[in-house]
Design a protein. Sequence first.
Length: 281
Amino acid sequence: MAPQDAILGWDEDSNAEAYNAFTRAHPMYDATSRDLARRGHLADASLVVDLCGGAGATARAILDLIPARARVVSVDNAAAMQRVGRRTLTDARLTWITAPAERLADHLHAGSADAVVCNSAVWKTDTAAVFAAVAHILRPGGHFVFNIGGGFAGVRHPDELSARTGPSLNTLIRQVAAEAHGYTPPPRDADRPPKLPLETVTEQLTASGLTVVDTEVTAQHSTMAEKKAWLSIPVFARPEGDFTHAQRMQILDTAYAMTTPDAAAVTSWLVVVAQRPEAAA
């Protein structure tokens, strides 16, 4: 079982296929991708990097906004994800590079990119190294746009608090696993600091030579049905511990039956826009 932030497992065909199917059936990744892309100042771009691009959900959003002559390079270290992307996204303006985000600067020329967009992934990387690599390949004035899950950034949108009317699906999963399998969840340290708060992000971006120009805490609205579909992707399936995927799906089905499918499920995000300063006159 991969960690809750799903660092492992992306280079497995089962995860890649399930993830791609989810992105095409449900709006979550499409919506966050379009939100980030529109913040990237792409109307006059020549080269845009889709960082940690997976199977291309964010690349699709970028391609809709860039000029016909522009190019997109999607960089990801999971060949399985990119195999799916190459099969399903065939726009001639898009090329694929299989490499870790930290090695971005090994594959693109200094100052060549007008923008870098990274959706739902940056906290899974060595952020200091990634920020330095992004700064190296951005042109002066170029933008770096990314988001961080609210739990990792330590932020919560008011909509997330107001929408909650009962236990979350994750809570119900742990409850079912405990009752049916004697599952003991790992300790949950409420006082543990967030993994990647804005203060840390700002410090690392500044150290890399980038300037934070905008931040916003946003809310992604979905339903319990969409949340169930997301938790059905093997890499995201829960609970943690020594369970087979079939057992996790059985637990998920039982927990989901305790919910209302169209009940609101809200996820918070910290969106950050950074820029490489313009060259001095």
